[in-house]
Design a protein around this ligand. Sequence first.
Ligand code: NCD
Length: 303
Amino acid sequence: MRHLINPLDFSTEELDKLFDLASDIEKHPEAYEHKCTGKKIATCFYEPSTRTRLSFETAMLNLGGSVIGFSDASASSAAKGESVADTIRVISCFADICAMRHPKEGAATVASTHSTIPVINAGDGGHQHPTQTLTDLLTIRALKGRLGNFTIGLCGDLKFGRTVHSLINALSRYEGIRFVFISPEELRIPDYIVDMLKEKNIPFEEVIRLEEAIGDLDLLYMTRVQRERFFNEEDYVRLKDFYILDKAKMELAREDMLVLHPLPRVNEISVEVDDDPRAVYFKQVQYGVYVRMALILTLLGLA
Ligand code: NCD
């Protein structure tokens, strides 16, 4: 049985297949309407979410299946002290597949080792968020026509942002990628990622000012400062508005540069940028549903 815990759990060939399936779903949604009749997904969310949980639920409903779950750990037996290992054993009796989000790094891995159904990591602490990465990759592939040979800038909270960590991991397997990490000193990319890039000879640079880097980029991945992972509010307040992408900065960018963001956005992208055709963060949300439909079918062996 397969799980998705880390974006590297699928080979690039398997990802190609998954993205082909997602593209077919986009073109012919009616062909998939009944593929999961009688199947259930459990969405177990111990941390807040709008997009990820609802897109998993939408994905399953679009496939003709149904949904159970909780969106607030205080409403589950976790509040009584139940372990993730016990919870997943129980969920395995109710559902066919489970998407889990948890504040602790490694929680989804623990769940997968005690589960008799496929487990999808929907975010574990500041660690990984593989299905956001699948969403990001499908968006890039669909809108740029390729997954490789580009310069991508990742901007904002590169320290705590799990979507950033997962995306770098996944992109490090494609040819011709150059990374530009744009962050304040306090929110730099973790050393283990820097070491991985050096080991693989993947070019990257670290800069503080967005204006300095934006003109070189094919893709700009903006992120919010992860308030919930800060140890003190003072640091958060000092750093939260460090970057604000506005129309003036977009004028420094290439005409075909795309702006992505996993969302939720706080202040880091001014709403005046939303009408710019290069801003694709709401399109990304739609691709997230197609790719989660493809993932559910693949993990259930129905693809
Ligand atoms: C992200 C997350 O949860 O890590 N949100 C999402 O799932 N799209 C990004 C974030 O919360 O900043």
